[in-house]
Design a protein around this ligand. Structure first.
Ligand SMILES: [Zn+2]
Ligand SMILES: [Zn+2]
Length: 291
């Protein structure tokens, strides 16, 4: 019973190609997850999904490609790869795009609009693959193909979801994916008073937590209410919730590889100071994990 994870896009907000981002990667969010039986789950559809699409076509040998795509929200960096995801142009391929039930209409519409003739040469209606849109209720587990998923409303402008995945049967470890989330309280969110406790419960005991670590504590002071967290806050959440491995994610666009090495080392020092057994790694394109 295992979930296999591979990172195709790790960067927040905007793609950042160039010599300073070669190791951790410059593509916007996209993570591939495979269940024990090989079923395909894709988390977010940033520019990383383009290379994943090429890889899927190569591996498929012409067989139909099917899978579920979970969008945390419809901000640009999480959907901009869809028009360049080659399998959506293939007849016989089938994708279900999942998102927040309360935002269902809007994420369906946003995906169509980003392929309107004003901004893109091919319309959504011309795609040959079958694409369904499904809303996901918050809090209640939903059964997928060989996995179970629960969504949780996180703090982000316009709303966003975090997802918790477990293999059906629940024997393996859980994977929690929270790409964009502001852990600190802010008046712009109308979260319940005990939201932080609920967040800890949602994450508790997971084998792997992939979490937004956009800012340093100093940077965050200038970006309160922008919807993102600091390294220290994510590490604290992971320790409070007794997570096994925290993956630093949604890297700030200006962050160089060397700076990321530095912040990773600071996170590990913080864990050591607290005497915690938490492992901390930083998401990098091509990184694979097995739960
Ligand atoms: Zn984002
Ligand atoms: Zn966002």
């Amino acid at each position: 019973m295992t979930l296999r994870v591979r990172f195709w896009g790790t960067r927040g907000s905007i793609p950042t190609p160039g010599s300073n981002t070669v190791r951790y990667g410059g593509n916007t969010p996209c993570v591939e997850v495979r269940t024990d039986s090989g079923w395909l789950v894709i988390l977010d559809a940033g520019t990383g999904i383009r290379e994943l699409g090429r890889n899927l076509l190569e591996r498929s040998n012409g067989a139909p490609i099917k899978g579920d795509i979970f969008l945390t929200h419809a901000h640009w960096d999480h959907i901009q790869g869809i028009p360049f995801f080659a399998p959506i142009f293939g007849r016989g391929n089938h994708f279900t795009i999942w998102g927040s039930e309360s935002l269902q209409r809007s994420f369906d519409k946003v995906l169509r609009d980003q392929m309107s003739p004003v901004v893109f040469p091919v319309s959504f209606e011309e795609l040959d693959a079958t694409i369904d849109f499904r809303g996901l209720p918050e809090g209640t587990p939903t059964e997928g193909t060989g996995y179970e998923v629960t969504a949780f409303a996180v703090q982000h402008p316009g709303g966003a979801l975090g997802y918790r995945f477990t293999e059906t049967g629940g024997k393996g470890g859980s994977l929690v994916y929270v790409s964009d989330n502001e852990l600190a309280a802010h008046p712009r969110y109308d979260s319940p008073a005990d939201w932080r406790n609920q967040m800890v419960t949602f994450v508790r005991g997971s084998a792997v937590l992939i979490h937004d670590t956009t800012y340093t504590t100093e940077e965050y002071d200038h970006h309160r209410g922008w919807g993102h967290s600091t390294y220290a806050e994510a590490v604290t959440l992971a320790m409070d919730a007794e997570v096994e491995t925290l993956v630093l994610y949604h890297h700030e666009p200006r962050r160089t590889d060397e700076q990321l090495d530095h912040h990773l080392a600071l996170c590990r020092a913080m864990v050591k100071d607290r005497g915690s057994s938490l492992q901390v790694i930083a998401a990098a394109e091509g990184l694979t994990l097995t739960l």
